[in-house]
Design a protein around this ligand. Structure first.
Ligand code: BGC
Length: 742
């Protein structure tokens, strides 16, 4: 684009056919992009290449840095780190020759078994919104379009393409929309709609939530893209506010381009059509029931390529709407420099030393020390260590589906511990490997080929444990897009393995690699537990740096760990997975810790059960004291109502990292049940041994408000600001009086 030419000027020069070409996916001749818009050469509009995903760039037959899962990043509670993380993801995207990243995933974690929880950030809207917004800002800073997804209420994989979420306005506003609102505010160049419907209307057709809330209220003026095969009627979607339909071609067309005729190739990208379909036609027919329940149907998707031009000619879609769709695409491209002459965009690169180091840093910093009895951790340099577990010879890169990445290098648990230990290291697997599940394998009808089988040897594991100073046991779950986990229990006989080891070892440390909450039935029998999520390529190195105390475990739980049956969505089919095509969000705003905190007299069904480990929980190797808390009305110049400050003193002889959390306990509101406490602010801070740091939070109206019939309001009354170490560990409290609004 030259000089003063604007996206609107370009639109004026486009023919109808050219306009339509710019609002739907096509086949990428290079086979690299997950989604591809060809551009219009005669006007100098270049192609737009969209690529998955939240754990790193995913290009067929190519590698890139396999970053830790977003859930691990969220566990750092560190928005600055999220900004750096986004920038690294963005640079990798550019390095792979792509323009838009199909990330971050900012859906709220509602269902603990959701197969994609590892791709998301947390059960709390404030944490999710803060981390998601910084990810977006980071991605866009690398001249890459960020695509927060999946808008909105995509809380489960079972029937994800057809289920309708029945959710009331207050719950949407307080819980599910904030992460999208803040992602838009942070400059996202695109938003992806969810497969599911909300209150009976498909999200790709949702006039009220797409045209109304997203574009109208929040002023989002860039493009809204469908999830892959996530549309139904073209005119309905366009008129509701959808701007781009993806992937825009039939699975077999995409497959042809991707595989380059090589039927054996399975390295493809893009879920739902471009990958996982290799080698067979009629890809979505005859799928095993478990996976079919999570897949969209490409046949029921009316393609913009086939019908949109006619719909505009007939007047079913006003041409002004099509012009707006194109303008939005061009605006978003222009924002990242794609339309500038000479294209002086940021140079990206994949798999740089900086990105590898960043991946290691996040994997270590996001590790949560759930328990540490008698200083079991850190390990002594000279300790003899038994590394035990069915998968200790592989790095847990992530879960299955469109977020799968292929790294150049990775560190297994054995390699990580061996390279750090000065004492002897022995290895025992104990069990056959737990196989990761991949949506793509399931689509191809392949389940593990068993080639990796090995006989269980619990006695051998116990023997190795008994001979070492410490046993470090690695256990894991298995999760994938398109399917929810059946249970929060660890697969196979891993619980038994931990029990056998704990009975034999002098000291037992368990490292849990999980996609979300899992049950830890042996927790009373072991000395230390680390929640290490899906740590990506740096797995072994990151765990070793935490186990030996080179890095203080800075992670805190972004999701509540509790017995499976005590979650609000468990044991009630209406709430999950839904009945007759509808899933009822009847727990309302009482999700995550808001549910576990709820009084059973006031919130129907609340169990009053104590979580195993509460939201925000995580120990440090250091010891902190909280002093001099203060909450004052902010000076007028500051964009916040109140400023909370507290001094955190590290009273130990180790450098540590603390995550200071502020929760607000609202007063009773007329006839409206509010959560006992809601996260209002947080800060991750490094505090050297014997030093102190003063931490400050801004608490704006959002920290006090609820969504009522007349919109957001702050009820008058006394609010308690709790500042502390977790949702269940307040160290200081201050009262704030809010007056009735004038
Ligand atoms: C997923 C999206 C992904 C898209 C493209 C869909 O199945 O839900 O998250 O970006 O495929 O691969």
């Amino acid at each position: 684009m030259t000089g003063d030419t604007t996206p609107a000027d370009l639109v004026a020069d486009l023919t109808l056919a050219e306009k339509v070409r710019l609002v739907h996916g096509s086949v990428d001749p290079s086979g690299r992009a997950t989604g591809f818009i060809p551009g219009v050469e005669r006007l100098g509009i270049p192609p737009l290449r969209l690529v998955d995903g939240p754990l790193g760039v995913r290009v067929p037959d190519d590698s890139a840095t396999a970053f830790p899962a977003p859930l691990a990043l969220a566990a750092t509670f560190d928005p600055d780190l999220a900004r750096e993380h986004g920038a690294a993801l963005g640079r990798e995207t550019r390095g792979a020759g792509q323009d838009a990243l199909l990330a971050p995933g900012v859906n709220l974690i509602r269902v603990p078994q959701n197969g994609r929880n590892f791709e998301y950030l947390s059960e709390d809207p404030v944490l999710s919104a803060a981390m998601g917004a910084r990810l977006v800002a980071g991605i866009q800073s690398a001249d890459v379009i960020a695509t927060p997804k999946h808008y909105v209420a995509n809380g489960q994989e079972t029937h994800r393409a057809s289920v309708s979420a029945a959710v009331d306005e207050r719950t949407l506003r307080e819980m599910y929309l904030p992460s999208f609102r803040d992602a838009v505010e942070a400059g996202a160049g695109s938003v992806m709609t969810a497969y599911n419907a909300v209150n009976g209307v498909r999200m790709s057709d949702h006039r009220e939530l797409v045209g109304g809330v997203l574009k109208g209220e929040w002023g989002f003026d860039e493009f809204v893209v469908s999830d892959w095969y996530g549309t139904e009627g073209a005119a309905a979607a366009a008129n509701a506010g959808l701007d781009v339909e993806m992937p825009g071609a039939a699975p077999e067309e995409l497959h042809g381009a991707m595989a380059g005729g090589d039927e054996e190739d399975d390295g493809g990208s893009g879920a739902g059509g471009s990958d996982g379909n290799d080698g067979d036609e009629g890809e979505f027919d005859d799928l095993p029931e478990e996976i079919a329940r999570g897949m969209p149907d490409p046949e029921s998707c009316e393609r913009f390529a086939e019908t949109l031009a006619d719909a505009v000619r007939d007047g079913a879609v006003p041409e002004s709407r099509l012009d707006d769709m194109v303008t939005r695409v061009l605006r978003s491209m222009d924002d990242v420099g794609l339309l500038s002459e000479g294209d002086d965009r940021t140079d990206g690169a994949v798999n740089t030393p900086e990105h590898r180091e960043h991946a290691r840093k996040v994997a270590a910093r996001g590790t949560v020390l759930l328990k540490n009895d008698d200083g079991a951790l850190p390990l002594g340099d000279r300790d003899d260590v038994a590394v035990i577990g069915p998968n200790v010879d592989e790095a847990v890169l992530g879960g299955g589906g469109s977020s799968e990445t292929t790294p150049v290098v990775s560190a297994t648990p054995i390699e990580g511990i061996e390279s750090r230990a000065a004492g002897d290291v022995s290895v025992a697997y104990g069990l056959p490997p737990v196989e990761g599940v991949s949506m793509f394998d399931l689509l191809r009808g392949e389940e593990g080929d068993g080639s990796n089988e090995r006989d269980p040897d619990l006695a051998g594991a116990a023997a190795a444990a008994s001979e070492a100073d410490a046993a470090v046991v690695f256990v894991r779950d298995a999760a994938t897009e398109a399917m929810d986990r059946e249970t929060l229990r660890l697969p196979g006989r891993q619980d038994e393995l931990v029990e056998r080891v704990a009975a034999a070892a002098a000291r037992t440390v368990v490292v849990v690699n999980a996609s979300g909450p899992v049950e830890l039935p042996w927790r009373g029998d072991v000395d230390a537990i680390l929640a290490n999520w899906y740590p990506g390529q740096a797995h072994g190195d990151a765990v070793a740096s935490v186990c030996y105390g080179d890095v203080d475990p800075g992670g805190r739980l972004p999701v509540t760990f509790a017995p499976e049956e005590t979650y609000p969505t468990v044991g009630d089919e209406r709430r999950f997975p839904g009945v007759d095509g509808e899933v009822h969000y009847e727990e309302g705003v009482f999700v995550g810790y808001r549910w576990f905190d709820a009084d059973d007299d006031r919130v129907e069904g609340a169990s009053g059960a104590d979580p195993t480990y509460p939201f925000g929980h995580g120990r440090s190797y250091a010891t902190f004291e909280y002093r001099d808390a203060n909450v004052v009305a902010a000076p007028e110049t500051v964009d916040a109502e109140y400023r909370a400050t507290v001094t955190v003193a590290n009273v130990s002889d180790r450098d540590g990292r603390e995550v200071v959390q502020a929760y607000v306990r609202p007063p009773d509101a007329d006839g409206v049940d509010r959560p006992v406490r809601e996260l209002a602010g947080f800060a991750a801070v490094a505090v050297p041994a014997d030093e102190e740091r003063t931490v400050e939070f801004a608490l704006d109206d959002r920290a006090f408000a609820r969504y009522g019939d007349a919109g957001w309001r702050v009820d008058p009354g006394e609010y308690v600001v709790e500042i502390g170490r977790s949702s269940r560990d307040a160290r200081v409290e201050r009262i704030v009086e809010r007056r009735a609004e004038a």
